[in-house]
Design a protein around this ligand. Structure first.
Ligand SMILES: [Zn+2]
Length: 250
């Protein structure tokens, strides 16, 4: 099913409000559109745009990313139409329509209808009999309607909807498959990169160990040096004492 602007307008305005088509048009086929830009293009306030966007957001029809404006210090929201969800919503709506058409077809084929020549009302034979085939609005005599054309029209519409739904289901399946393979690819990539980081870690750890070892050796060395430093003066002191004592003896 090709999602044309007309379909989006028709169906989404049915779901989320009839003021949305211009906004949907601006979001269609784009990514991360600034809400300020949207407000400017629609010539309405940012708050008004946000109100519309939240309505879409409630139905999961848009997604956003938030970025801080470095100059002004506040957050700006960038919006993207969630095409997958839009398609799903369109499909749901069409299923409902199809149900309604099928019910109407059953009604039309089962019953006989009477209409007023002035088109005020249309009713089933039983109801028309009750009011003696008189129109309840204008009093005109009602006549039996040949509804073969109506039935034909409903049947055509049902066929169309069924074809459209089949096509859209195929398309959604295709999208799902593409998403799944993309996910798998991402997982594989993640695994590969995590292996790399493990390798990097061990390499880092090795160098750290080497450094530690070097420090230990240094520590040992310095301890020995300290001992030497301490030993030397003691030796000197002893030598001096020995010298003094030997001098006194003399
Ligand atoms: Zn009438």
């Amino acid at each position: 099913m090709k999602i044309t602007t007309r379909i989006i307008e028709e169906i989404l305005s049915n779901i989320v409000g009839d003021d949305l088509p211009p906004l949907l048009n601006l979001l269609k086929d784009k990514k991360n559109v600034s809400e300020f830009k949207l407000a400017e293009q629609l010539n309405i306030s940012v708050n008004q745009v946000r109100n519309m966007l939240y309505r879409l957001y409630k139905h999961n029809l848009v997604s956003f990313v938030r970025r801080k404006d470095k100059k002004k210090g506040w957050y700006i929201y960038y919006w993207t139409l969630n095409m997958h969800e839009v398609k799903r919503a369109v499909q749901e709506f069409k299923h409902k329509q199809l149900d309604e058409f099928r019910k109407r077809l059953a009604k039309e084929t089962e019953g006989t209808f009477f209409v007023c020549p002035n088109r005020c009302m249309r009713m089933k034979q039983e109801a028309a009999m009750e009011c003696e085939f008189r129109c309840q609005e204008c009093g005109e005599l009602m006549f039996m309607q040949d509804n073969r054309r109506t039935i034909e029209n409903i049947k055509n519409r049902i066929n169309e909807l069924e074809e459209e739904l089949k096509a859209s289901e195929r398309e959604i399946d295709e999208l799902r498959k593409r998403k799944r393979t993309a996910k798998k690819r991402a997982i594989r990539k993640k695994k590969a990169s995590s292996k790399k980081t493990v390798k990097k870690k061990t390499a880092k750890e090795k160098t750290a160990k080497k450094k530690k070892g070097a420090k230990k050796i240094q520590k040992k060395l310095s301890a020995k040096e300290k001992k030497k430093i301490i030993k030397r003066p003691v030796k000197k002191i002893v030598k001096n004492i020995v010298k003094k004592v030997s001098k006194k003896k003399k």
